[in-house]
Design a protein around this ligand. Structure first.
Ligand SMILES: [Fe+2]
Length: 235
């Protein structure tokens, strides 16, 4: 399985705080059947510059790569980009895609979305150069009319839910339904540490299998592998 959303790089955002913590997270992910992780540190355009972001990400990646061992999954570089007005016209956006792919992990603000923002996301999602992956959609259920998800899906936008949504009393049913009807294409851990937001891929897949059958998990794993096939890979 590939974990497509994970804050495993040390010291760059509110995720892992040290190389040691990153290693613990990676070992745990591997134990849970994850063989590849996309490291997706937050990019907040209002408080960071792309130059600083990429320099920090590179430094953190290199520090981690010096420490990884055979019990760690493979790591690919990605980003979790916070939406901003004008994002669809921003020429540097390609640099934030998951390495070797056209996939861009997009986070939305945690307030009701304007129709202008929704239109812009759709415009970006229909661009032939970018395949949008909307991060943890369950966090927006309270702000967004469910028609928006259909609109997104019709425009080729892919959606991701966090593993933890399957263990949330209020979100569990909706998340399972979204997986079943195809609104949600990916499950990721979005893990930040080894305590409150620790890797939980295995529990999530077990839960999906129990509720929707092992075929759903097999499809989920295959779909993730299909989309997150990095350049130069042929599996
Ligand atoms: Fe995240």
């Amino acid at each position: 399985m590939i974990d497509i959303h994970c804050h495993v790089l040390p010291g760059v955002d509110d995720g892992s705080r040290s190389v040691e913590m990153s290693l613990e997270m990676l070992h745990e992910l591997r134990k849970q059947g994850v063989d590849k992780v996309v490291a997706t540190p937050h990019f907040y355009p209002t408080s960071n510059s792309p130059e600083r972001y990429f320099a920090d990400r590179k430094r953190a990646y290199e520090r981690l790569m010096e420490a990884v061992d055979d019990d760690c999954p493979q790591i690919a570089l990605g980003a979790e980009v916070m939406y901003f007005e004008g994002i669809s016209r921003y020429e540097g956006l390609s640099d934030f895609k998951t390495e070797g792919t056209d996939l861009l992990l997009l986070e939305m603000p945690f307030i009701p979305w304007t129709s202008r923002a929704i239109d812009e996301v759709i415009r970006l999602g229909s661009s032939y150069r970018t395949k949008l992956v909307m991060a943890h959609i369950e966090r927006y259920y309270q702000y967004v009319d469910k028609k928006v998800w259909r609109l997104f899906a019709e425009n080729g936008i892919l959606m991701q839910s966090n593993a933890e949504a399957l263990f949330d009393r209020k979100l569990r049913r909706k998340t399972l339904r979204a997986l079943k009807d195809g609104t949600v294409s990916f499950i990721a851990t979005d893990s930040h540490n080894m305590s409150g937001r620790a890797p939980n891929m295995a529990d999530a897949l077990r839960e999906i299998s129990r509720a929707l059958g092992s075929g759903t998990v097999e499809n989920l794993v295959a779909r993730t592998q299909h989309y997150y096939q990095f350049a130069g890979e042929n599996n």
